[in-house]
Write a protein that binds this ligand. Structure first.
Ligand SMILES: C[S@@+](CC[C@H](N)C(=O)[O-])C[C@H]1O[C@@H](n2cnc3c(N)ncnc32)[C@H](O)[C@@H]1O
Length: 255
């Protein structure tokens, strides 16, 4: 069992100016052991307190929360580059994944996208060719306790060996998705969605050129998320990098 400990930012008047005197902290902690920070130690007995309880660590006060899916998700082990939340959101929204949806996913990578889709979909089957990725993805599925996700070993380009059928949403986050067109034709049901994620727009054009006639391209998007710092002191874009992640093309099988 886990708990989340939150310490809010604190401000105070210093030399006539309001300043941050204690910064925000968030910790994901296991209830089975005492937990230490630079402020002191919380005994495991205290970690069992209910959500909303306040506990002291040195001079600081922390609030205990019960973790939600996102808190657990952020603990997953990372191997291959995982898809970002903004792109996960776009895939779910543009394909309408819901509790009746059968999803096929490749490559599993760290299983991040598969795990997120598994929270919403009926079932997720995810393929990877790399042993290390398979191990990490399977470990993450177990960590999150997902029962409707199968991580399978296989080359998604080899349509003869991919035997799923009647798939509603097929997501490709692999280096050469254009090699998986026969797989897409085989696995997707009529009206099913093919969502392809690629970091370079030139690769996306290569994919679009390879897309068979019986698919309809709905749209290509790049999701740009701009974080702002809004508090007592600031009201401006956050000073984080706005790194490019990738492009997404959504298409549907018509025939
Ligand atoms: C960028 S990662 C996918 C990340 C994943 N979407 C996530 O959110 O964790 C790409 C993965 O595709 C796998 N891969 C590459 N070629 C493949 C193929 N032909 N069939 C299946 N998986 C493949 C790689 O081993 C790698 O793990």
């Amino acid at each position: 069992m886990a708990k989340v400990l939150i310490k809010k930012e604190k401000t105070a008047m210093v030399d006539g100016k309001e300043r941050v005197v204690s910064s925000f902290e968030k910790h994901y902690v296991k209830e089975e052991a005492d937990f230490s920070t630079k402020h002191g130690t919380v005994r495991k007995k205290e970690l069992k307190k209910k959500a909303g309880s306040r506990i002291k660590m040195g001079n600081h006060e922390f609030i205990i929360l019960d973790p939600v899916f996102l808190d657990h998700y952020k603990q997953i082990k990372r191997g291959a580059q995982i898809i970002t939340l903004k792109d996960v959101g776009a895939i779910i929204a543009h394909t309408g994944i819901n509790r009746d949806t059968m999803v096929l996913d490749a490559g599993s990578g760290s299983g991040a996208l598969a795990c997120f889709m598994g929270r919403i979909a009926k079932q997720v089957i995810s393929y990877d060719i790399d042993e290390r990725s398979l191990e990490i993805a399977r470990g993450n599925v177990e960590l999150l306790g997902a029962k409707n996700i199968s991580i399978k070993e296989g080359n998604i380009y080899d349509y003869k060996k991919i035997n799923e059928k009647g798939i509603d949403v097929f997501v490709l986050d692999v280096p050469e998705p254009w090699k998986a067109m026969k797989t897409a034709q085989k696995v997707l049901k009529i009206g099913g969605f093919l969502a392809v994620y690629l970091p370079n727009i030139s690769q996306m054009q290569e994919f679009v050129k390879a897309l068979p006639e019986e698919f309809l391209i709905e749209k290509t998007v790049e999701v740009i998320e701009r974080e702002w710092a809004v508090d007592k002191f600031r009201c401006r874009p956050a000073t984080k990098d706005h790194a490019h992640t990738g492009f997404l093309t959504f298409s549907r099988k018509l025939l």
